[in-house]
Design a protein around this ligand. Structure first.
Ligand code: G4P
Length: 197
């Protein structure tokens, strides 16, 4: 188990077979030291990709994205889910449906901040059904920039997202990969492999 998987075992709460609560360290109260480690991990994994920009989505993607941007020394742009008073003019938009929350959001970023010279790393906190990741890929591609990879803090590998996004030809790097949340317990992909060895 890596540092994040250990923390999930320690402080994560399994709410159902589909939902893991991590609000004590990741998406409500935030542990800045853990976030910095996450940023270093993404920066190391994508060090050779010539990343020029990070794109994420509000709100829980912002913290890991900023830490990664800090280490890679590149700006971070976050897609908004609601219209902003000041975000107007030329926007790139995509429609993102959340199966978990049963709602659809129009997500947008300003054309000013991502362009065809950019090599973009997309970062998000969870990868479940892949809809947010696909929406971000769509926006980045509209700008003419290249998607150089997708960094995910927690991948729920028992859902379709990772497979769908990988099939589209994108490199997905997830720090924690959850195989199952059955019986109130978190089981990681690596743990399963370790058991077999
Ligand atoms: P998808 O984008 O991969 O298809 O995922 P999905 O629609 O299922 O997820 C929508 C929202 O639910 C996202 O947050 C995502 O982070 C969150 N989510 C998905 N699975 C889990 C889970 O097991 N535990 C927790 N805690 N969250 C989960 P969001 O609506 O964008 O919220 P936020 O970023 O503003 O916090």
């Amino acid at each position: 188990m890596n540092f994040l998987e250990e923390r999930i075992k320690k402080d994560g709460k399994v709410l159902s077979e589909h939902v893991l609560k991590v609000d004590s360290f990741l998406n409500h109260q935030i542990d800045p030291n853990l976030m910095l480690e996450i940023g270093k991990e993404f920066a190391a994994r994508f060090a050779n990709e010539g990343i020029t920009k990070i794109v994420t989505i509000e709100s829980s993607g912002i913290a890991p994205a900023v830490m990664t941007g800090l280490i890679l020394k590149v700006p971070v742009v976050f897609a908004r889910k609601r219209k902003s008073l000041t975000l107007n003019g030329d926007l790139l938009t995509a429609s993102v449906h959340s199966f978990t929350k049963n709602e659809t959001n129009e997500i947008s970023i300003s054309k000013k901040y991502v362009n065809k010279e950019d090599r973009v790393l997309i970062i998000d906190d969870f990868l479940a059904n892949g809809q947010a990741a696909l929406g971000l890929v769509e926006i980045v591609q509209q700008s003419g920039a290249e998607v150089s990879g997708i960094g995910i803090v927690i991948e729920k590998s028992f859902q379709q997202g990772a497979q769908i996004v990988t099939k589209q030809g994108h490199r997905v790097e997830s720090i924690a990969r959850i195989a199952s949340l059955k019986n109130g317990e978190v089981t990681f992909i690596n743990e399963k492999v370790e058991e077999l060895v």
